[in-house]
Design a protein around this ligand. Structure first.
Ligand SMILES: [Zn+2]
Length: 281
């Protein structure tokens, strides 16, 4: 009896350690095809840990903004990744766009059905708490505006809004906090979202102090659907950005092709393809 009690106590004491071990985050994926770029980048950034080098190069931050572009081959995946180096195919438009109900949007806003269904669940639960999730912008195709280093404007094909999986929120009424206004971070809605959005599959794409990785400034109003599994896993593992999560876990599952940059072959945009039939994303 005494022995089994000791064992029980030992297990109880060890349990938190075992749980912590299970949640240990590995370094970002080390891709063989990036080997030379990892080495070059590490040499140029001697101050960086190797894991940070892997992260930056996987995100293609070793290229100038909007150069070294890869095109998403699965743009309809809700895990699709876009930044200043990963791009949606030319002329991509989601096929399942739906219009957001007037009570949740300030004008005609469209989102992909999968995103909108999750948003409705979230908005209705928020409403039950006396909170108002109100969308000011959803699917859109940006015009090319702002310089390559702009923290606020994404070029065509590089915006999460073009996936139909992202939207901007604001409050309504005379004291509205609107696009470009940091006041949204002071709302009860924003605090609630930070605690609960992952339960519905949403993340804040551009949190504070992440512009070095994401290429965009802090946008408390911008939320994006990645699905409950990913959003919850990110939360549990403490990932602040989808960029880090994607470069760590999902890059191997993604299916990208390198942009053809040789001017002599302008009509062959895909020069390399990594085909994985078991792709999940
Ligand atoms: Zn936005």
């Amino acid at each position: 009896m005494k022995k089994s009690l000791i064992w029980l106590m030992a297990i109880l004491l060890l349990l938190p350690c075992l749980t912590a071990m299970a949640e240990t985050v590995p370094p970002p994926c080390e891709l063989p095809e990036n080997a030379a770029r990892y080495a070059t980048y590490a040499e140029a950034h001697a101050e960086m840990e190797w894991a940070e080098v892997l992260l930056h190069v996987n995100l293609r931050l070793d290229y100038p903004n909007y150069q070294g572009i890869l095109y998403a081959q699965r743009p309809d995946s809700f895990a699709v990744f876009v930044n200043k180096h990963y791009k949606l195919p030319k002329s991509y438009k989601p096929e399942d766009l739906v219009t957001v109900a007037g009570k949740y949007s300030s004008k005609t806003v469209q989102l992909r059905a999968v995103c909108y269904e999750a948003f409705l669940c979230m908005a209705e639960d928020a409403r039950a708490q006396g909170l108002d999730l109100y969308i000011s912008s959803g699917y859109r195709v940006n015009k090319k505006s702002g310089g390559a280093d702009s923290l606020w404007f994404a070029w065509p094909g590089h915006s999460e809004h073009q996936t139909g999986l992202a939207f901007d929120l604001r409050t309504r009424g005379p004291t509205k906090a609107h696009l470009g206004d940091y006041k949204y971070q002071n709302t009860r809605e924003y605090s609630w979202l930070c605690e609960n959005a992952h339960l519905y599959g949403f993340i804040n794409s551009y949190p504070t102090d992440s512009s070095g990785l994401t290429g965009f400034g802090f946008e408390p109003w911008h939320w994006r659907y990645v699905g409950v599994t990913i959003a919850t896993d990110m939360k549990n593992k403490g990932f602040a950005t989808y960029h880090e999560y994607w470069a760590t876990y999902l890059i191997l599952r993604a299916w990208y092709a390198e942009e053809e940059v040789a001017p002599s072959r302008p009509h062959r945009p895909l020069v390399r393809r990594r085909v994985q039939p078991e792709l999940l994303y």
